[in-house]
Write a new protein. Sequence first.
Length: 312
Amino acid sequence: MKWVTDITGRFLRRPHYLPDELDAECEYIISSFLKDRHGRIEFPIRTDDLTVLIERDVADLDIYADLLEEGNETEGETEFFKNEKPSVKISKALSEDPRMENRFRTTLTHEYGHVKFHGFLFSVEEAPSLFETKSAAQSKKCKRENIVGARSVDWMEWQAGFACGALLMPGSAFNSEIQGFREEKRIASGLISESSEDGHGLIVRVSRAFQVSRDAARVRLLQRNVLSAAAALVWKYFSRKRNSVTRRNSAIILFRLEKGECDGSEGGQAFSLDGNNDKTGTALAFSSVWSETDGRATILCSRHFTLTYRWS
């Protein structure tokens, strides 16, 4: 983890985690908790265990909260207090409906991501300016669209969303399921197309193994570069040194958001990028930003359009 400037203005600086760092921390949290509670680690994690985990680290957990006045799509809320443990509320629409159990589980772990990775920020030296009075609280209201795959423009939501998947589908067990699937299907290493029969089969396998929705399984597989969406490209642009641009069957575009230079080829035609030139080419239209890794934005795409890369 490193500290970076918080451009949202919530804090002077905020924590920046690499995906591997979040993965490792979340696996440690859930593994040590299950060992202490049951003496063993088994998946899928019981829903009751998730509530006990959260209750351990918060001042209050209300899983029958009426959040309608917060908006129809608000499913969870974490309230932060200066120098106190946070409080978490989960919509009763999820906890009271057995058909919503997977959404209930992802909302619980999303809010726990806020508790674990953001709660301490409200007790550090920079945080007091956020509070008008000693008893004032800051809340993070989480809508369904941000529970699993939030845009990286909101770093708090993205980190909590990533933690949600990493807690329910911890790295070691997650990778074991993927490896088992590859061996059964005799699939070599490399990206698996999301729209293929194998891609669908892997999503179903992961969702069943960890008791998560297929959407949550899909997002986790995309985030960890196991799946690729169909008919797209992977372009990697690295700054301050020369690298080749590679293409694969994926719906991820990676590029650095800073001045740099790059060599590569497109359609058989070589090109160069530097601090004084733009490059225009055919790519795929942005649909959502779901990840941010050490200065690189990861962008999901959907349809063809003309993209201009500007280095300035």
